[in-house]
Design a protein around this ligand. Structure first.
Ligand code: AMP
Ligand code: MG
Length: 422
């Protein structure tokens, strides 16, 4: 009876589900000061405001000579420019002002001496006897000088709070002198799979697999995706299709985790024990989301027995591709928001379909596609929610609105996996 009612529910638009989910994703309390070395992938909580300008002073972009351009009139009235070398400035040295009527030997990155207004690269100079140099090309004022502050102005907000740090950000932070950064705590996530048919690779050899058994693939990609989202993962393995066992696993996991992620068991068959188990310990919304692959998805809360709050509960569908895609479009933004990320939506780009989709679907589809050499997208032949090969073959997904067919040459919205897995 209840199953029939659930089935008749109108499908929930993905954007509504996402908004609801994000409304529950209050950023985790607590931050951490980590070494800049270790901050890759972490979410910055305190904006990085530069205490200095970068580079700190004008410096040379070349090995060569620092000159006054006006004193180097080549092929002008005075013939050639031959000038004495008055000082030598390697990187890391504070130079004297450039003496009038002279040049300074200078190396890449070394500070430009006061008075000099151009660098002549050494390839355009000829070293003469008695410490003199012939300048062979006419320098332009300002040439080969990297200006103080051209990268970063003092006082500028260089990395905003809520940014997920990349290797580039670590370098940038270090260039401003930050040895450590204030970042969000990693969400502690407990992961388990449900399903009596599941067998862990390594425990039973392929030739000895019993009829009806399959290897647990979701556990592997979900764990890896969670790690990429900056989570600390506790892998709780496979929980049998049994109500009491599911309740016990959930109650235990809620104690010391922020989020519990499960795969399988969120449909409405009688072997799906997630729903009653979560309801026994807290609350659960079971959604039928208007996406393909995907559809069944659960969000809820598991209260801690200690009475100290709750763990978020996220139930993913068991079909591997459904779980994979649902993770990317719903769980990824949720986990990022828990860490304080503002822009949690993946960027999509317009691309050309080099395939046709003649049959539209009532649901919004995420089609696994990949680029061909002409810069167009090819469709993986079998888009079934059980065919995990499509996810490894693809470069990303086409986000195809419900009820839409695609003709060869059409413009489509493409979301690269590089966006969805980073
Ligand atoms: P369920 O959502 O539990 O009804 O499962 C739907 C389908 O996904 C069934 O064919 C399951 O065998 C399969 N499935 C569930 N969990 C996993 C898993 N961890 N790895 C691979 N396939 C799974
Ligand atoms: Mg199952």
């Amino acid at each position: 009876m209840q199953a029939a009612q659930t089935f008749r529910q109108p499908l929930k638009p993905l954007d509504d589900a996402l908004q609801e989910l994000l409304a529950h994703a209050k950023p985790l309390a607590g931050s951490q000061q980590v070494s800049t070395f270790d901050a890759d992938g972490r979410v910055l909580l305190q904006a990085a405001v530069s205490p200095l300008q970068v580079p700190p002073q004008d410096n040379s972009a070349m090995d060569g000579y620092a000159v006054r351009a006006a004193e180097c009139v080549v092929n002008g009235a005075g013939g050639e420019a031959v000038l004495p070398v008055s000082q030598r400035i390697p990187a890391g040295v504070a130079p004297d002002a450039l003496a009038l009527g002279s040049v300074a030997r200078i190396f890449t990155g070394a500070p430009v001496p006061a008075g000099a207004d151009a660098i002549v690269m050494q390839e355009d100079c000829e070293v003469l006897e008695e410490g003199r140099v012939r300048i062979k090309t006419q320098p332009k004022t300002g040439q080969w000088i990297r200006r103080a502050g051209e990268d970063i102005r003092q006082g500028a907000t260089v990395i905003e709070a809520g940014v997920r740090l990349t290797p580039a950000h670590l370098g940038l932070a270090a260039s401003m002198g930050f040895a450590s950064l204030n970042v969000a705590r990693k969400p502690r996530v407990a992961l388990f799979s449900t399903g009596d048919e599941l067998v862990m690779p390594g425990t039973v050899a392929p030739q000895d697999m019993k009829p009806g058994s399959i290897y647990n693939s979701n556990r592997f990609f979900l764990r890896a995706l969670l790690l990429r989202m900056g989570c600390e993962v506790t892998d709780l393995g496979i929980v049998p299709d049994d109500r009491e066992a599911t309740i016990a696993a959930l109650a235990d996991a809620a104690m010391d985790h922020d989020v519990i992620v499960t795969s399988g068991g969120v449909s409405v068959g009688e072997e799906d024990h997630i729903k009653p188990a979560v309801q026994a310990l807290g609350q659960l919304d079971l959604w039928q989301i208007n996406i393909k692959p995907g559809k069944p998805f659960a969000y809820g809360r598991v209260n801690r027995e200690s009475g100290t709050g709750f763990a978020h509960f996220v139930g993913l569908p068991g079909n591997p591709v459904s779980g994979f895609v649902t993770f990317q479009v719903l769980v990824r933004p949720f986990l990022l928001r828990l860490q304080g990320v503002q822009n949690v939506l993946p960027r999509s780009i317009e691309a050309r379909a080099d395939f046709a989709l003649s049959k539209s679907d009532k649901r919004r589809e995420f089609l696994r596609v990949r680029y061909n050499e002409r810069g167009g997208l090819e469709l993986f032949k079998n888009q079934s929610s059980g065919v995990l090969t499509s996810t490894a073959w693809g470069d990303g997904v086409v986000d195809n609105p419900a009820g839409t067919t695609i003709a060869v040459g059409d413009s489509v919205r493409f979301i690269p996996f590089s966006e969805l897995m980073a």
